[in-house]
Design a protein around this ligand. Sequence first.
Ligand code: PHE
Ligand code: NA
Length: 446
Amino acid sequence: MSNKLHAQWSSRLAFILAATGSAVGLGNIWKFPYMVGESGGAAFVLVYLLCIALIGLPILVAEWLVGRRGQENPANAMADVAERAGRPRIWWLVGASGIIGAFLILSFYSVIGGWSLYYTLGSVTGAFSGQDADGIGELFGNMLASPGLLLAGHSVFMLLVIGIVARGVSKGLEGAVRTLMPALALLLLVLVGYGMTTGHFGQAVAYLFNPDWSALSGDTVLAALGHAFFTLSLGMGIMMAYGSYLGEEVNLLKTARTVVILDTVIALAAGLAIFPIVFSNGLDLDSGPGLIFVTLPLAFGNMGGGLILGLMFFLLLTFAALTSAISLLEPVVEFVEERTPLSRSLSTLVAGVGAWALGIAALLSFNVWSDPVLFGLGVFDLLDKLTSKFMLPLTGLGAIIFVGWFLERRGVEQELGLSGGMASLWHLVSRYVAPIGVIVVFIASL
Ligand code: PHE
Ligand code: NA
């Protein structure tokens, strides 16, 4: 174990900004709004909030709790917290699986971050101006077909991530989120404000909020469950690592509630920004990356003020991706820093360059190396499926089962400030509801 002084967040607000920065990502900007619209509007939002409250929030709290008790990287935190509770150290496996998951996700997440950078640049240079659907489709296709372009975007993005994380928790992570999160909120507000002027804002509001209970099905409930997990960046060691820089004075439940509300509000606001543009330009809604990288650029290229609106949108996307990517690198760096003699900067360099190298394999799977490597999947899809379908749910499940079943009940209740009925509710949720929820999603997604 290293005896370097362990870093701490400088305030509760800084921690909230960092955790929200991790949570707010592509999941909020295209996935959630689309899911809501497709799956019953307000009816789906209610189901989703229930999933968040019963599964997402408890696992978020469990990860923070273990991290804070351990004050070290997720693998060591799990082992030490287990040992102190009289349990075998083998629980380190849960933390290690999170760290590995974060490393694998970062490798291909950075490739998408590169797309976002490329499109930000494209907005500045007017690459979308006057293009028709074919032209915009070609732009996207050409980017994917070019290893050089993808590599450039991926490399610049990863360099930014490394540069931020290398500076440490207070200068690096906090410094970045203190600037990027307010900027993100401001950009989003302006884009929602623009949406209000399009004459299609009411349509967007109706799409998002009109309750349609008949659109709810088993599948949409499962999707809500899965998304509750993904949207809070759970199962990646991220929240454990972020929790390890927390002091005793922070109320975990209240803070979790704040982060969950911010994440949901931002996701809904993204819908109110995007859908008016889609509707007023008569475009098709699309569930995949197509919405962001094909449909929206088409609108931006052909509407008044599209140059500046497009720039704001892709900046928003880049900022959201950046604050998520730094949170992916952090658990890996914390591990390397604590387990090797390397300094913070060198640990960041080693972890970041490792993820960058793997990312190259991922980006080549869009062009020169598109043959399947395993299970009929290319590298990019393989990394995506392996992490999202297996590693994340199992790691999150491990964390909540550990806290619910293997830590002393009184101690946890005290730490969370719970007594009476609330304590019983936590007991029920952390032992049964949340684990069973994750198991159901896990099995259903296979
Ligand atoms: N929570 C992010 C989102 O909703 C997704 C994410 C996954 C972020 C993994 C970081 C790491 O988009
Ligand atoms: Na999210």
